[in-house]
Design a protein around this ligand. Structure first.
Ligand SMILES: Cc1cc2nc3c(=O)[nH]c(=O)nc-3n(C[C@H](O)[C@H](O)[C@H](O)COP(=O)(O)OP(=O)(O)OC[C@H]3O[C@@H](n4cnc5c(N)ncnc54)[C@H](O)[C@@H]3O)c2cc1C
Length: 641
């Protein structure tokens, strides 16, 4: 039986991380160069980890599938990054950020992890500023802040609507410095397809060069996965098209537990889908809700009218009405469900897709009247321009139209307080781990978590692992390495050999439809049971009929096919997790468990992280529970009223 040791520190929470760090073993500076560490991923989590480990003196091998580490999906992050600096003097503190995050996650995250995250938030800003990240500033030169959902203070640091890009450039500069210093070796256009375990420890990975198609095994003393989230299981999402679950799922197939896969976030402000053949959705940053007001017509009969023709008295500012304390800055799960409810009610706006108008207005007219268009342009100019380019509508003149879309995944590989999975030597960082966000992530806290993991946690905990364990040398010719590589080659050959008629994308789109309709913003037993029947059927059809043209060299269809094959296996686990969790919490809304439309948690039965052990394709995985305890923030019904 798998027993989880979360290595949570005991004693007062505010000194827990400092005490842990003091107790962790250190690697002598002269010995660090004897260790090689693999970092898969060069987004904010991976780039910060690789740069930091290189700076410390380890030999780092860093992999990404893009042509440059700078193209990791983190570059898309728009709105900002939270930190408890209290520059505004509006009552913020580490404790308040901790409190908001535990509450925002609907009491399904570990208190000690979240407290450490809030503590580290302060150092992240200092680190980024020292790197030259151009955060927005006030006239006097101090860093500026804005508000994000789920908080009543302004703690979000931002660089226009390009915060992720600017932070990534900072991390990338640090990474480049280490590449130049020959402490980090970068392998772009290279995809990890398996983890190599030797004596139960992670000792390497199998990779495929996406240009030449060459498959090889790379060994090291430890492996860090920072491979991002799996929102693309829904096919349509705000994630970059390349985001996928392969790295973490292949690790799961080797025994790493996958935790809370059903905790996914649907973001309330995305540009609505425009047609059935669309392949990507676009996020409009949550920061827009600082100044934009969300509304729909009160009367369905008005939905076809131009917004200017709808009188003020005939508009329903439903977030302000339902949640007067937080209003338009209600957390994402709550704002998304409220938008869906309004559209399901027949009060959606914009063109109907398959007979339903799926859109709500996000209206800046009040803010423009109050502050003037230049002030709004300064805050959100690039977002307004992006919106206009996509929709052809000018948001300075007409309200934006928004609808919720898959955006972020709170689930991921289970890790302990050291960010180590249940496989010794396999560490998981950033969105790829099951993270500190519980059942719902507050806005601007993913960047914070990725950088906290990469800059400030892994540097201590990985060193401890290396110092505390005797690791024999393992080469690519080790029997386990050869076996793993052989299995990867076999799978690639099998995909190329199907010779079917249906494109990879069409399978992915059908899987995405199932996931969105049955395991999306609202879930119920009947739908999930149906999905659990249909997904394996579709998976079998995929393996009989998928068309993967080309050969084993440069071949994007082959890349996609491997990723979609993994999404099929993973999607089943997601539905099973959603079925087993008979409560509503955060982004996991089970229609059977609600109280006047609000999520109804069941703390007695479900205050745990659900970590699933893979038992073979088509077999029921085993559930291992990590109980959660709350000593500081008492679980209550979340209220934003
Ligand atoms: C449109 C958008 C806007 C957002 N805005 C914000 C925001 O304002 N604030 C905020 O806090 N969060 C925001 N988020 C969330 C945040 O951007 C992400 O959660 C975060 O950037 C993830 O970082 P990461 O380093 O964990 O993963 P990623 O940035 O996704 O990087 C993953 C890396 O892993 C590599 N990789 C993956 N699989 C493999 C493999 N098999 N082999 C080799 N390499 C692999 C990729 O090449 C990439 O380098 C936003 C998300 C989206 C979609």
């Amino acid at each position: 039986m798998t027993i989880l040791d979360s290595k949570l520190p005991s004693g007062p929470i505010d000194t827990a991380w400092d005490r842990t760090k003091f107790d962790l073993k250190l690697v002598n500076p002269a010995n660090k160069r004897k260790f090689t560490v693999i970092v898969v991923g060069s987004g904010l989590a991976g780039a910060s980890a690789a740069a930091t480990l290189g700076e410390l003196g380890y030999n780092v091998l860093c992999y990404c599938f893009q042509d440059s580490p700078r193209r990791a999906h983190s570059i898309a992050a728009q709105g900002g990054i939270n930190a408890a600096k209290n520059y505004q003097g509006d009552g913020d503190s580490i404790y308040r950020l901790f409190y908001d995050t535990v509450k925002g996650g609907d009491f399904r995250a570990r208190e000690a992890n979240v407290y450490r995250l809030a503590q580290n938030s302060v150092s992240i800003i200092d680190q980024a500023v020292a790197q030259g990240v151009p955060f927005a500033r006030e006239y006097g030169g101090t860093l500026s802040n804005r508000s994000f959902g789920g908080a009543q203070v302004s703690r979000t640091f931002y660089a226009k609507g390009q915060t992720g890009q600017q932070l990534l450039l900072g991390a990338y500069s640090a990474l480049e410095r280490q590449i130049a210093a020959k402490k980090v070796k970068m392998f772009p256009r290279t995809e990890m397809l398996d983890v190599v375990l030797v004596d139960g420890r992670a000792r390497g990975i199998v990779v495929r060069d996406l240009v030449s198609g060459k498959v090889e095994t790379v060994t090291a003393h430890a492996v860090c996965l920072a491979t991002g989230g799996y929102s693309n299981v829904f096919y349509l999402s705000t994630n970059a098209k390349g985001c996928n679950v392969t790295a973490t799922w292949r690790a799961a197939r080797r025994g790493a537990l996958f935790a809370n896969p059903c905790f996914t976030q649907i973001h309330p402000t995305c540009i609505p889908q425009a047609g059935s053949y669309q392949s990507k959705l676009t996020l409009m940053s949550e920061s827009l809700r600082n100044d934009g007001r969300v509304w729909v017509p009160k009367d369905p009969k008005d939905c076809g009218k131009a917004p200017a023709e709808i009188a003020e008295a005939d508009r329903d500012y439903y977030l302000e009405r339902k949640y007067p304390s937080f209003g338009n800055l209600s957390p994402r799960d709550i704002a998304s469900r409220a938008a869906k409810e309004a559209c399901d009610d027949g009060r959606g706006v914009g063109p109907a897709i398959e007979g339903v108008r799926r859109g709500v207005y996000l209206d800046f007219s009040d803010a423009i009247r109050r502050l003037g268009a230049p002030a709004i342009a300064e805050r959100y100019g690039n977002l307004f321009e992006m919106y206009e380019r996509i929709t052809g509508e000018d948001p300075y003149k007409v309200p934006m139209r928004m609808y919720p879309a898959p955006h972020y995944t709170m689930g991921g590989l289970w890790v302990d307080y050291h960010l180590q999975s249940n496989i010794p030597g396999l560490f998981v960082l950033g969105e790829a781990n099951f993270s500190d966000h519980g059942a719902n992530r507050l806005g601007a806290s993913a960047l914070m978590q990725g950088l906290s993991d990469g800059y400030f946690i892994i540097s201590s905990t990985l060193g401890h692992y290396l110092a505390a364990n005797k690791l024999e040398s393992v080469g690519a010719d080790h029997a386990e390495a050869r076996k793993a590589q052989g299995e990867v080659e076999e799978r690639l050959k099998k995909l190329l050999g199907v010779n079917g008629k249906r494109s990879v994308d069409s399978f992915h789109r059908e899987l995405g439809d199932i996931m969105w309709n049955k395991c999306g913003m609202a879930r119920n037993r009947t739908g999930l049971e149906w999905a659990l029947q249909r997904i394996p059927e579709l998976r079998e059809e995929f393996w009989k009929d998928v068309a993967v043209p080309g050969d084993g060299g440069l071949n994007q269809s082959l890349e996609k096919a491997g990723r979609v094959a993994d999404l099929f296996e993973f999607a089943e686990l997601m539905c099973l997790d959603a079925l087993e969790r008979e409560e509503s919490c955060g982004g996991h809304f089970r229609e059977e468990y609600q109280d006047e439309g609000e999520a109804k948690r069941n703390d007695e039965s479900f205050t745990y992280a659900a970590a699933w052990k893979f038992e073979g394709v088509g077999n029921r995985p085993t559930l291992v529970k990590e109980p959660l305890t709350f000593n500081y923030v008492k679980p209550t019904q979340r209220s934003y009223k």
